[in-house]
Design a protein around this ligand. Structure first.
Ligand SMILES: [Zn+2]
Length: 341
């Protein structure tokens, strides 16, 4: 997993999932400690099973979470440790600023309906999950010198969680939390318009909580349109299928919408078919400075498919970050969604 990145400069990472960036050693440790069976006994074997280095089907991808999430969810100690180790991992990769996202509900075992991962009911609420993650992130910030902020995810299939997510964003906005996200299966018909999500995003607008939405990765350009027009998102996670709708593409480019694109992840999840041109390639052709690989707001990179694969390939994590804006702008994306010092 450790390798020297081709882009060996300070980096900003805006799209990474905490529960997709856990060390296999830590999973094994808590599996043993908590008496939860895992499909492997060594870190290498486990990495082979839960890691990804080639495209897989959605059921296979989701099955990986079923293996290890029960080991981490519901344990304050494990959750704090994965947050702390996440920051350590980012420091080793040369990341200077990171926004890490997760669903508090998927790590809880109390006051969450349904209780995820077939856990028995316990006493760890989504609220306390956020507090525990924050402790781990803040201790990591202190020890490793990486600036860390977090984004709380609503899940498309659980609109009943979303209003609590926005309340947690408000409660913890001065303790790492900078935005709300909508993650999960965007092909669930009409899920951007589920009242729970819509009301949560309306409250986010009212309360000045920043907003991003996973859209146009596996879903259509229409999902991107709903994210922008209904959910009033300020950033779009992935957004590749925006290119299927020329008018929408032109409009969002004019509006300077920020896209968080993840070339390697899009290859592994099949969101991008590797025998076609990657959507991220298009913009540099028409506007050389339009797509930013954010690195402290200083370095701009015209990206080709080959460069994307070489630079972010084989990182072993879903959704590693490369930020992009559809139009030339002065600031890197992190400036637009970050608050606090
Ligand atoms: Zn993502």
């Amino acid at each position: 997993m450790t390798q020297t990145p081709a882009f060996d400069k300070p980096k900003v990472e805006l799209h990474i999932h905490l529960d997709g960036a856990i060390k296999p050693e830590t999973i094994l440790y808590y599996g043993k400690k908590r008496g939860i069976a895992l499909p492997a006994d060594t870190a290498e074997e486990l990495q082979d099973i839960i890691g990804m280095d080639k495209p897989t089907s959605l059921p296979d991808f989701l099955a990986k979470f079923d293996y290890y999430m029960p080991v981490i969810a519901g344990s304050r100690e494990a959750i704090k440790r994965i947050a702390y180790e996440f920051v350590e991992m980012k420091a080793k990769e040369g990341v200077v600023y990171v926004e890490v996202r997760y669903s508090p509900h998927l790590l809880a075992n109390s006051k969450v309906e349904p209780i995820p991962w077939d856990q028995a009911e316990g006493d760890l609420t989504p609220d306390e999950v956020v507090a525990v993650v924050n402790q781990g992130l803040q201790e990591g910030e202190r020890d490793f010198g990486v600036k860390v902020r977090s984004i709380l995810c609503c899940m498309r299939h659980q609109p009943n969680w979303s209003l609590e997510v926005v309340e947690l964003c408000k409660k913890y906005q001065h303790q790492t939390v900078v935005a709300i996200d909508l993650a999960g299966d965007e092909t669930i018909q009409g899920s951007s318009l589920f009242p729970g999500h819509v009301q949560a995003y309306e409250e986010a607008v009212r309360s000045g909580i920043h907003r991003t939405v996973h859209a146009g990765e596996a879903g259509s350009a229409e999902v991107v349109r709903q994210a922008v027009d209904t959910l009033k998102t300020e950033r779009v996670g992935h957004g590749y299928h925006t290119l299927d709708d020329e008018a929408l593409y032109t409009r969002l480019r004019r509006e300077n919408l920020h896209f968080e694109v993840c070339p390697w992840s899009s290859y592994l999840t099949g969101a991008w078919k590797s025998d076609t041109e990657h959507p991220v390639v298009r913009c540099p052709v028409t506007e050389p400075q339009g797509w930013h690989q954010a690195s402290g707001g200083q370095s701009h990179l015209s990206l080709t498919q080959e460069k994307a694969t070489r630079t972010w390939g084989n990182r072993g994590q879903a959704c590693t970050g490369l930020s992009a804006k559809l139009k030339k702008g002065r600031s890197s994306g992190c400036d637009r969604i970050t608050r606090g010092s």
